[in-house]
Design a protein around this ligand. Structure first.
Ligand SMILES: [Zn+2]
Length: 130
C-alpha cells in the first residue's frame, strides 16, 4: 500500500522520539516482528501428523497423533502436545522449523503465555482443535 507522508509533517518543536506504547503502529510492528536474540523462543502450530523418518509422531502420554505445538529454542526443537506433554525432538532441526514458518508472528512476554494462548497448557488434553 502506498501512503502519502504529507500528513506526517510536524512542527519543529515536536520531539522526534516516540515510545512504542504511544504509537499503535509501532506497537503493532513490535508485536509482530520475528523474535530474535539468543533467548528467543518461537512456537509454531502443526495441525497435521508429523512423520520423522517415516515413523509417525505419537504422544507417549496420551497417544495423540497430530495437532502439535513446535517450540524452537536455540538449536533445539521441542514437540508439545495438547495434554501439555513436551519432549525434545532431535530429528526436527532448526532449519526444518524455519521451513515451516509462515512469517506471521505474535509476540508474548513469556513462553508460558504463548503456550497457554495457543491452547497447549493441558486444558485441551485429549482433543484435536485443528
Ligand atoms: Zn499428549
Amino acid at each position: 500500500m502506498t501512503r502519502t507522508t504529507a500528513h506526517r509533517s510536524m512542527p519543529a518543536s515536536t520531539p522526534l522520539t516516540t515510545t512504542v506504547a504511544s504509537d499503535p503502529l509501532l506497537q503493532l510492528q513490535n508485536e509482530t516482528a520475528p523474535p530474535s536474540g539468543p533467548g528467543a523462543s518461537r512456537c509454531l502450530d502443526h495441525a497435521d501428523e508429523l512423520a520423522l523418518g517415516g515413523i509417525p509422531v505419537i504422544c507417549p502420554a496420551c497417544k495423540a497423533r497430530r495437532d502439535w505445538l513446535l517450540i524452537n529454542q536455540g538449536r533445539n526443537v521441542y514437540v508439545r502436545c495438547r495434554c501439555a506433554n513436551e519432549w525434545l525432538e532431535p530429528e526436527i532441526t532448526r532449519a526444518d522449523f524455519n521451513a515451516m514458518v509462515n512469517g506471521q508472528w505474535t509476540n508474548y512476554p513469556t513462553l508460558d503465555a504463548a503456550i497457554t494462548d495457543a491452547g497447549f497448557d493441558g486444558s485441551f488434553g485429549g482433543m484435536y482443535l485443528t
